[in-house]
Design a binder for this molecule. Structure first.
Ligand SMILES: C[S@@+](CC[C@H](N)C(=O)[O-])C[C@H]1O[C@@H](n2cnc3c(N)ncnc32)[C@H](O)[C@@H]1O
Length: 321
């Protein structure tokens, strides 16, 4: 098994489960991640999670990955899971009958965009479960309950309120939130509360309104740096290690570099790994660059092998980015 120091401050190309299995026990301070949502995107890999036909298989795959993450987490570590819901029959998150990203240049080139296969089968599975067309699936809670059953302590369900959400639906309220579940491995855990206070010194509440500045260079759900910043700070000390096994564009790495935390990132798609490497080291958006220069990033050296830089052309994204 490799040593944790060999894995630090890199974006690794692997499926999450194999990568976690190769990691040393009790070696990271926190896990902060956003896995693919069920049936929403084809990330172009046989080993991807999210395109299972039955929701139970999706949940099982996530439980297996996060069981391994629990082994890798230090005894006083925490795990923060961002996950959103969707409706039976919807081709994009929230939006029934919508489409998202399938025709974008990035999506066509680097991933397969909206999955075209399996949608009918997935819907039939939902009907068999008693969920007709237009039902809200409740997937975040299904996953959270499964993780509880597997041994995680669920400490908080944070509502990420996304105020800029727009939907064309007229027969229900606009769905404008996702969840961030906070789990711990044990009853006592590292939690630097000063990063979870309001400007008046009160304890932060469980509804977080973050419009953020989403990175628009990739056609998959990206969490804003502002959303995860307090989590990175409260869940790891300086020089601590934060793991994101579904790294996407590497948002966790950008925030870690700014705050002198080490990051360990992993993603199954080679083009996305390259995108994340470039973004974490150089920044791609003005917001990334500001973050990375603000602290002059002296604590963590740029890895010796510089990634080949591809020009990433940001495009305006269809909802919900
Ligand atoms: C929702 S995105 C993560 C976005 C990320 N939070 C960000 O801010 O950019 C999910 C990522 O998981 C990756 N992925 C899918 N299946 C995977 C697997 N089995 N192992 C590792 N990564 C996987 C996809 O390639 C995608 O980049």
């Amino acid at each position: 098994m490799v040593e944790i120091k060999d894995l630090l401050d890199k974006v690794h190309l692997s499926d999450a489960l194999s990568f976690l299995r190769s990691m040393p026990t009790e070696s990271v301070n926190s896990v902060i991640t956003s896995p693919p949502y069920f049936g929403q995107r084809d990330y172009g890999s046989d080993k991807q999670i999210g395109l299972e036909i039955h929701p139970d298989d999706y949940i099982k795959a996530l439980v297996e990955v996060f069981r391994e993450a629990r082994r890798v987490l230090k005894k006083d570590g925490t795990f923060w899971l961002n996950i959103g819901d969707n409706y039976v029959g919807a081709t994009s998150q929230h939006r029934e009958g919508g489409s998202q990203g399938k025709t974008s240049r990035y999506s066509r080139k680097h991933m397969n965009g909206i999955p075209t296969d399996g949608r009918g089968d997935r819907n039939r599975t939902f009907y068999a479960m008693g969920l007709p067309m237009k039902s809200l699936v409740g997937m975040p809670w299904r996953v959270a309950f499964a993780l509880q059953s597997d041994g995680w302590i669920l400490r908080c369900d944070i509502i990420w309120h996304r105020p800029s959400t727009a939907e064309s639906v007229k027969d229900r309220p606009t769905h404008a939130h996702e969840y961030i579940f906070m789990f711990s491995k044990n009853q006592r855990y590292y939690y630097d509360r000063k990063h979870m206070l309001t400007p008046t010194g009160a304890n932060i509440q469980s509804v977080w309104k973050v419009a953020g500045s989403p990175f628009t260079g990739a056609h998959f759900a990206v969490f804003p740096t502002e959303l995860i910043e307090p989590i990175v700070l409260a869940s790891s000390p300086e020089d601590g290690v934060v793991l994101d096994p579904f790294a996407g564009s590497g948002t966790v790495g950008v925030v870690c570099r700014q705050h002198q935390r080490h990051y360990v990132l992993c993603d199954v798609n080679p083009d996305i790994v390259q995108l994340a490497q470039t973004r974490v080291i150089q920044g791609i958006t003005a917001n990334d660059k500001k973050r990375l220069t603000e602290k002059r990033i002296v604590a963590l050296p740029v890895p010796a092998e510089k990634p080949e830089i591809k020009k990433i052309v940001p495009e305006p994204l269809p909802f919900p980015f």
